[in-house]
Ligand binder design. Sequence first.
Ligand SMILES: [Zn+2]
Length: 461
Amino acid sequence: MLIKNAQIDAQVLDIRLSDVIELVGQDLPIVGNEEVIDAQGADVIPGLHDHHIHFFASLAREYSVECGPPFVGDLSDLASCLRKPPSPNGWVRGFGYHESVAGDIDRHTIDLIINDRPVRIQHRSGKMWILNTYACELLQIDKHIQLEGVEKNKDGLPTGRLFRLDGWLREQVEEENRALIKPFSEKLLSMGITGFTDASYTNNFETLVFFEELWSSKEIAQRVTLMGDESLGSGFLKIMLDEDNLPELGELQRRTSDAHEQGRGVAFHCVTQVELLYALEALRDSPNRNLDRIEHASLVSPDYFEMMRDMEVLVVTQPGFIWSKGQQYLKDVDVRDQIDLYRYRSLLENNIPVIASSDSPYGPVSPWKIIGTAADRQTREGQVVGPEEAVSRNIAIEGYLTKPGHLREPKRSLNQGEPADLCVLKAGFSLEKDSLNNEDPVAHTFVNGELLYSSNSFKTS
Ligand SMILES: [Zn+2]
């Protein structure tokens, strides 16, 4: 494979690929019948790595519809949500239902909206699912009528309402859920994402084995890195800190130093200043600095800068929250503290390294939305939060270009011998200029030298 006319660091060059980058140079001749892609002078960059995402929760959210307030207020809202195109596995999966929408609904209520494909809706409490008749038949609910939690009407027939049967239901739809993995991985490819770090604290050795299986079967195209619990044995140890239920400090220090002894860094979930202080305290006596990350650092007062620098932590931030939740922050966070929200520039100026990531599904997954928001600090509604903390798009993309496990090293570049994970951007798109509200700038994505995504407008080339 040969990519012609690629803009790389302000030069127009050609790139020859196998599974690695074989050669980068000017006017490389076409050899034999090798495939050629003309980048037309557009930027070619290393594939993006999202350093904080929850993959399975993200795909569940991607292929689900919200069924409760504030987005859904009544039965007709519910109907129009459920009638959106079903997910690639044929199901309609709803979440967040609340009685204020249409009361105690059962399978007959949903049948009136949709009866030609399976529907399941989760109640906001998480304790109940409501199925339509199609779904009841598919899952053979009548054969499981004796199962505790399957609600029956006075004639002994299933109402479609299942109580506390979440685990059972998950087993029943395991295959259907698995069918969503590939489409979601493809969606990430379309954004130029060729790798990600799954940041779920529940990740363990089994998760690692499962992701390896998904990579071998090509259900997931991205290179996956995990953080998780002690059983994982490698990667970052993820520690959730909750201000209202903080672990004992000695215990936290022990977990931290055990991780360090194994050469593992610690990723502390810190959204409040108390959580941040606690994480920094846990690191105070650790001899093994320069390994650890603060996830989110949602609120950071300048009082902490010195300590963060001393503890040599790196911040993994999510500018996308400014876009998706910014309006709420402006309402909920004291005006004096708003400057502390999702800091970026001031951290860099204080020599605290920062990497931008998504935290999808809690924040938007698109790197382009995130990079754009790091630069303009705008909420979805167009208000600006902490403009002093804006960084250029070129700085914001850098985190996406660092290797997992080598976060403090310079960003990856398209050097000979590097794995051929890269993106060809669309001609005319420029990271520097204001074409940047364009959230769909990727023309082609390669992983391991394989062309795995091409934008529709480039399908013919
Ligand atoms: Zn997270």
